[in-house]
Each structure stands twice: as structure tokens, then as C-alpha cells.
Design a protein around this ligand. Structure first.
Ligand SMILES: Nc1ncnc2c1ncn2[C@@H]1O[C@H](COP(=O)(O)OP(=O)(O)OP(=O)(O)O)[C@@H](O)[C@H]1O
Ligand SMILES: [Mg+2]
Length: 374
């Protein structure tokens, strides 16, 4: 039985009957978002990822704000919310992967000179110091080297004949990691991996398309955009506005409280009925701002790489906004598709409807769990 509590109380659902005992083969993906925490438990069976349970709980009520609102909570409060979530979703697995917000990390693409007397790791560490805004001793870095055939000629060599390689550089502050480690251990779980949320979202959202696509995670406080080619992230950007800004705008323009504004956003969305014109006109400028930023990330990528991005995938809870696809097609003038985060998992047929309707906020949690199964 799935149970869906009214979102006015807490957004939470679980599949209590589907549970296994949470064997060693079961893994958890844990996404601590700014407005809600999500968990997904998967098990591997004959190379297939079986959905065992999943659940989501809004964080607002733990910080005395409304559902759908972003909130900055103490670690104790986050642990309390997660305990409720794990209990309600009847989670049994221990092996956990947790996501790190894009905002708490640093991702950049750099061209670094190839030095004959140094190995790749030394070269990258050396250059990383110039780009990472905090002392290198305080971060954990990781990188991915672009295949040579994908780099445009101008980036391979400078006018003095010096050779360059192109690297996607990732850094996470050690303090951020220790915070997440502490939270996971207080829950009695085993932290196996952590990953910046954009990488997880990409894993559940897109395949290995042979031409670049953009993937947009429309969250509560931020909208993250990633350009992905052959299944791998090529660039990423975080727009500092998300779906809660639509609610805040409705609340202040119409003089209604956040709860009422949130209901209006979810029920009416970008309706084209004449009686909804005012509501839509309040939300549109914010969406225009967000989509103009997305468009410039795409244009920038196209210009630098001489490749066109013709397809945009949208995911995240904010993507549930009615009419968002039409709005984004109009604004971006490319094909736009809502992702199906549970696509790479197997679940009972009766769940198909609810997962398609509400599953968009699980793309990060599923991507994390899928990685653990690999
Ligand atoms: N049916 C709906 N229509 C419109 N918006 C919705 C709907 N359902 C949820 N949302 C919005 O989605 C947002 C939550 O999405 P999500 O769970 O992806 O955010 P988050 O991960 O907590 O945030 P962030 O990624 O920014 O930290 C909220 O702002 C909520 O109002
Ligand atoms: Mg999120």
C-alpha cells in the first residue's frame, strides 16, 4: 500500500508492502535538498535495479516554515527529519550514497598546460590552486579529462606551441563532507559514497545520447543546469532562483500567506485560462529570468564547442509546474522533455501513474542509488 499524506501536512509516501528485508544487496540514495529530503532504496537482481521503497518529507515544518519552502536547519533537525523519513518509508538498507548540493561545491572546466616532467595528477593539482577559491588543503578534488578528439583545435595548443588538455575539475570542501558523514552516521547508516547532486541527476535522467543535451534540475531554491554529452557532464551552472521564488512572488503580490500561494502555484501553474492571467503574470518574470540564464549556459557551450544543444530535459520538483514544458519550448526554442527518473528502475505496474506524476523530485536520490548498484 502506498500512502500519500496531504502535502499540507507532510509530503511523504512509502511502499511498505514491497519491502525486502534490506539485504546487503540493497542500497540507499539520500538527497538532502533545501526544501525536502528524499530517499530511494534499490536492489540489484539479474542486472536490473528493483525499486524497494522510496519516500520524501518536507523540511519546512522542522524549521517552523511552510511545506515547499527552503529552510536552513541545524544538523540535529536534519537528522530528526531523516529519521522520520527512514521510518515512514520503512527503509532497511544500510549502504548509503548521499548527494552534495551543487551550491556547496565547485565545478569548472579548465585548459591546463601539459608539462612533460609531471604526471597528470601533479599537473591538475598544480593548476587547481589557481581556480579553486579556497586553499587546496581544505578541499577534496576530482577530475575528468576530455577525450582529445572532442576538443576544438584552438584549445589544444597556444600560439607558442604549448600543448593543453581540457579537464572538468570538481572540488568539495572537507567541512561539507564531514557534515554529511556525521549526519549519515547519526542515522546508523554506512556512508559508501557521496556525489555532487548534478552527477546523480544526470545518471537517472539521460542516457548516452551522441549529441549534447542540457539537463535542468528545477529545485526549490536553485535551478541547476548541466550540459551532458555521451552521458558525461561537460559543464554545469547553478541559477540562484527556484520554484519557491514563484510561491514567494505570489504570496507578496497577492497578499496571501505562503501556504495559500503554494497551493495556487501547484493547482493553477501556468494555466492559459483568462481568469488565471494575473497569477501567471506574477510567476512569468521569474521563469523568464531562470530560462534566460539556462539559455545563456547553452549558448555559451555551443559557441565554445561548435556543437548545438537541441534537447533540454527538465527534472526536479519544480518541473511539476503545469504548463512548464510549453513555456520552456517557447523560451528555448528546442525540444523539451520532462525526465522519467524511475525509468531505469523496475517497480510494480500499479505505481506507474503516481511515479510519473510525483517522481520528478527523486532524480538525485535515484541517481545516487543507481551508482551504488553499478
Ligand atoms: N505540483 C507542483 N507544481 C509546482 N511546483 C511544485 C509541485 N510540486 C512541488 N513543487 C515545487 O517543487 C519544489 C521542490 O522540488 P525539489 O524537491 O526538487 O527541491 P529541493 O531538492 O528541496 O530544492 P533544491 O534542489 O533547490 O535544494 C518546491 O518549491 C515545490 O513548491
Ligand atoms: Mg534538489
Amino acid at each position: 500500500m502506498i500512502y500519500v499524506m496531504d502535502f499540507v501536512a507532510k509530503t511523504l509516501f512509502s511502499l511498505k508492502k514491497m519491502l525486502s528485508s534490506g539485504s546487503r544487496q540493497s542500497v540507499l540514495g539520500l538527497d538532502i535538498g533545501s526544501s525536502a529530503v528524499k530517499v530511494v532504496q534499490l536492489r540489484k537482481e539479474k542486472e536490473r535495479a528493483i525499486l524497494e521503497t522510496y519516500g520524501e518529507i518536507a523540511l519546512g515544518p522542522y524549521g517552523n516554515v511552510h511545506i515547499g519552502q527552503s529552510v536552513s536547519l541545524s544538523n540535529d533537525k536534519i537528522v530528526e527529519a531523516l529519521k522520520d523519513l527512514l521510518r515512514e518509508a520503512n527503509v532497511k538498507a544500510k549502504r548509503t550514497a548521499v548527494s552534495i548540493p551543487l551550491k556547496s561545491s565547485f565545478i569548472t572546466v579548465i585548459n591546463i598546460p601539459v608539462l612533460p616532467d609531471k604526471n597528470i595528477s601533479e599537473m591538475i593539482q598544480l593548476e587547481a590552486r589557481r581556480y579553486i577559491p579556497v586553499p587546496i588543503s581544505e578541499v577534496i578534488i576530482d577530475w575528468w579529462i576530455f577525450p582529445e578528439e572532442e576538443i576544438v583545435e584552438e584549445e589544444k595548443e597556444d600560439k607558442d606551441g604549448r600543448k593543453f588538455m581540457k579537464v572538468l575539475l570538481v572540488a568539495i570542501h572537507k567541512d561539507t563532507i564531514s557534515t554529511y558523514k556525521k549526519i549519515v552516521s547519526e542515522l546508523g547508516l554506512e556512508l559508501e559514497n557521496f556525489e555532487i547532486e548534478s552527477f546523480s541527476m544526470i545518471r537517472s535522467s539521460v542516457g548516452r545520447d551522441a549529441s549534447p543535451v542540457a539537463v535542468v534540475d528545477f529545485g526549490a531554491s536553485a535551478t541547476n543546469v548541466a550540459i551532458v554529452d555521451l552521458g558525461t557532464m561537460r559543464s554545469s551552472y547553478s541559477v540562484n532562483k527556484g520554484s519557491q521564488d514563484l510561491t514567494l512572488a505570489l504570496s507578496s503580490s497577492l497578499g496571501v500567506d505562503f501556504k495559500r500561494a503554494e497551493e495556487m502555484k501547484r493547482e493553477i501553474g501556468l494555466s492559459d485560462l483568462p481568469e488565471h492571467k494575473e497569477i501567471v503574470s506574477i510567476m512569468e518574470p521569474i521563469l523568464e529570468y531562470v530560462f534566460t540564464e539556462i539559455k545563456s549556459v547553452i549558448m555559451d557551450y555551443q559557441k565554445k564547442n561548435k556543437q548545438s544543444v537541441n534537447h533540454v530535459f527538465i527534472t526536479g520538483g519544480g518541473a511539476l509546474l503545469k504548463g512548464l514544458i510549453d513555456f520552456s519550448v517557447k523560451h528555448l526554442a528546442v525540444e523539451v522533455t520532462m525526465t522519467d527518473p524511475f525509468l531505469k528502475t523496475e517497480y510494480p505496474a500499479f505505481l506507474g501513474g503516481v511515479l510519473r506524476k510525483t517522481g520528478l523530485s527523486f532524480s538525485v536520490a535515484i541517481g545516487l542509488a543507481l551508482r551504488e548498484l553499478q
